[in-house]
Design a protein around this ligand. Structure first.
Ligand code: SF4
Length: 211
């Protein structure tokens, strides 16, 4: 079935009118730290940690006063915390040395920072700087490939295919809607297809029905 992206986005918008970034932050720097922390961890867990962390250490300069061991202690409830602490402190030094302590606003510059891959850069560009972007995380990847609006086994192709089918002005919103849908309905295991508002447009659902 041909995908009507407009109808899919409208249906998801109605279902999730409050879809937005679920990480808590007040500055681009805090969003960058929170996004690095969020790899393979829930946003809820990250928010629990950053609530205290950002009160004590709100800026790059504050982070540069902490040792790696201290930071590890503060984030140790989060998966991969040793590696993340190391990357975050290196990223802070890079921000000071290369970007006057400011988070840059281009894909190339953000991905030059330790711990920041393409997904992280897209999250920061979109949420902190209002640049249209589609960050393909595990939810966006799974949901878009199930629906059939992307057909790929890798995140970069998925991002490029979504960018072709979704109008640029809707990229950031589509990213949030697909994440909300993945967390609340189209879970990795046992998706709730019978309750899904876009089931009639979904390849996965339609393939089950024809089996
Ligand atoms: S119909 Fe099922 S697989 Fe398709 S998007 Fe909805 S929940 Fe996901």
């Amino acid at each position: 079935m041909k995908k009507d992206m407009k109808i899919i986005l409208e249906s998801l918008k109605k279902q999730y009118p409050d879809a937005k970034c679920e990480l808590n932050y007040e500055t681009p720097f805090q969003l960058l730290v929170a996004t690095i922390l969020s790899a393979q961890t829930t946003d809820k867990k990250v928010n629990e940690v950053t609530e205290k962390l950002f009160k004590e250490y709100p800026t790059v300069d504050d982070f540069l006063k902490i040792s790696q061991e201290e930071l590890e202690q503060k984030i140790k409830t989060i998966g991969l915390y040793r590696n993340k602490a190391k990357n975050i402190l290196m990223m802070c030094r890079q921000l000071k040395e290369n970007f006057h302590g400011q988070v840059p606003d281009t894909m190339e510059e953000i991905t030059s920072l330790a711990g920041a891959g393409r997904k992280t850069a897209n999250v920061v560009l979109s949420n902190a700087f209002g640049v249209p972007a589609i960050a393909v995380d595990t939810h966006v990847f799974r949901v878009s490939n199930r629906i059939g609006i992307a057909k790929s086994d890798n995140v970069l192709d998925t991002e490029n295919q979504l960018k072709k089918i979704i109008p640029k002005k809707d990229w950031s919103l589509a990213h949030h809607l697909l994440i909300f849908h993945g967390r609340r309905c189209c879970m990795a295991r046992n998706p709730k297809c019978e309750l899904c508002v876009i089931s009639e447009y979904c390849d996965y659902n339609n393939s089950i029905k024809t089996k």
